[in-house]
Design a protein around this ligand. Structure first.
Ligand code: LCS
Length: 404
């Protein structure tokens, strides 16, 4: 595609990041090499000195990785991006870049669990203190800000509660205090939410999810708005070493071509499933940003272009019903992770959070009947039929609970 034409988002997904390569391939080649040779010692010296652009060593930069980074930067309307080995490598790189000993972070409590753990353990060990807040309540952010606050970290909708936070208002509060807002945009993807347009400063994704979309890559990305931030982040990533490799970058770049239509289908399926679940007798409540019953429905409408592919719901039958549901589904796949073309289902109480025990789970807000769905792009009738037949099997458990 010629570079001098303004295009829509779907077109950008298909063409973003594709440069000019030897032999004119339509997709970027996989430069599966750890290192690049120099023509002369002088050229090597000038590359290392930054006097000329080129590739030296794949941990520092690789053309296949760079092509994918450029694609994500374009989709997010950013300046440049940095490909990381995982979403967690991106989170670590961000905090290692933006904070130092004695600094303070404000973090939403509705974020992916290991992000909380990283702040409470590794970053705390380095002398960075964190205050966790309900970021859907703006006053909680304002009250948590200190003179040494450097970062406000928000995930919206959050994992797994799907709570939505108002990014535009949070950016205003944060900037008034001289700090930066970092957004984990994993659940929305660039197709459904543009945090830079809402005034925030740094965006990250677990590319393991919607960006790649095919459950065959672990990867992360950081998108920044200016060259100065890019250079400082690149130095830290180069030292920490958590970079993505060329083959995984190639797969993510391929996945991005269908991001827009995958998200569209996933949103359509999700709304139908959420409405179906909300009217089901065996279900206590459903949390989905597209349902009017969602506590921050209006904020979602204001800042999102779609409601996303994640749904959580609570089974009346509790723990046992959750286990029965997991063991009865036939189209939904029983697995953690999210954002792929296949619908994934998981029951935290009997799976990811089982080892915490009931009390530990309650402290973490994980109720016994909580189920999380990552809705894929299958025929929605098949998904609803599958949930229907599996929910039917949980019925006896609810009766047993009532009779007990
Ligand atoms: N941010 C969000 C919102 C996530 O959901 C995850 C992973 C990460 C960051 C970390 O990314 P990773 O290092 O795994 O690429 N979420 C997972 C989940 O909900 N189940 O399994 C992984």
């Amino acid at each position: 595609m010629k570079k001098d034409i303004k295009t829509g988002f779907d077109t950008i997904c298909v063409h973003a990041g594709i440069g000019d390569y030897e032999f004119n391939p339509v997709v970027p080649p996989i430069y599966q090499t750890s290192t690049f040779s120099f023509d002369t010692a002088e050229q090597g010296g000038s590359l290392f000195a930054g006097e000329q652009k080129g590739y030296i060593y794949t941990r520092m930069l690789n053309p296949t990785v760079e092509a994918m980074e450029n694609a994500v930067a374009e989709l997010e309307g950013g300046h440049k991006a940095l490909g990381c080995a995982s979403g967690m490598a991106a989170v670590h790189t961000i905090f290692a870049s933006l904070t130092q000993s004695g600094d303070h972070v404000v973090c939403s409590s509705a974020v992916y669990g290991p992000t909380v753990t990283l702040l409470k353990t590794i970053m705390a060990k380095y002398g960075v203190e964190t205050t966790f807040v309900n970021s859907s309540v703006l006053d909680e952010i304002e009250n948590a800000m200190r003179p040494n606050t450097k970062v406000v970290f928000i995930e919206t909708p959050g994992n797994p509660t799907l709570a939505i936070s108002d990014l535009e208002e949070i950016a205003k509060i944060t900037h008034k205090h001289g700090a930066k807002v970092v957004v984990d945009n994993t659940f929305m993807s660039p197709a459904l939410q543009s945090p830079f347009a809402l005034g925030t400063d740094v965006i990250m994704h677990s590319m393991t999810k919607f960006l790649n979309g095919h459950a065959d890559v672990v990867g992360g990305i950081i998108v920044v708005k200016d060259e100065e931030t890019y250079v400082s982040f690149r130095k830290v990533l180069n030292q920490l070493g958590g970079v993505i490799d060329p083959f995984n970058s190639f797969l993510v770049h391929r996945g991005i071509k269908t991001l827009s239509i995958r998200m569209q289908r996933s949103c359509e399926n999700s709304l139908k499933i959420a409405e179906y679940l909300e009217s089901h007798q065996e279900i206590k409540w459903v949390m989905y940003p597209g349902l009017k019953s969602h506590p921050q429905y209006d904020i979602g409408l204001k800042q999102q272009k779609g409601h996303g592919g994640m749904i959580s719901f609570e089974l009346k039958g509790g723990f046992e019903a959750g286990k029965i549901l997991m063991n009865s589904v036939k189209v939904c796949t029983l697995a953690v992770s999210l954002g792929g073309v296949e619908t994934l289902i998981q029951h935290p109480a009997s799976m990811t959070h089982f080892s915490l025990g009931k009390e530990g789970r309650e402290a973490a807000g994980i109720t016994d009947g909580l189920v999380r769905l990552s809705v894929g792009i299958e025929n929605v009738e098949d998904l609803i039929y599958d949930l229907e037949q599996a929910l039917e099997k949980t019925k006896s458990k609810e009766l047993a609970l009532e009779e007990a």
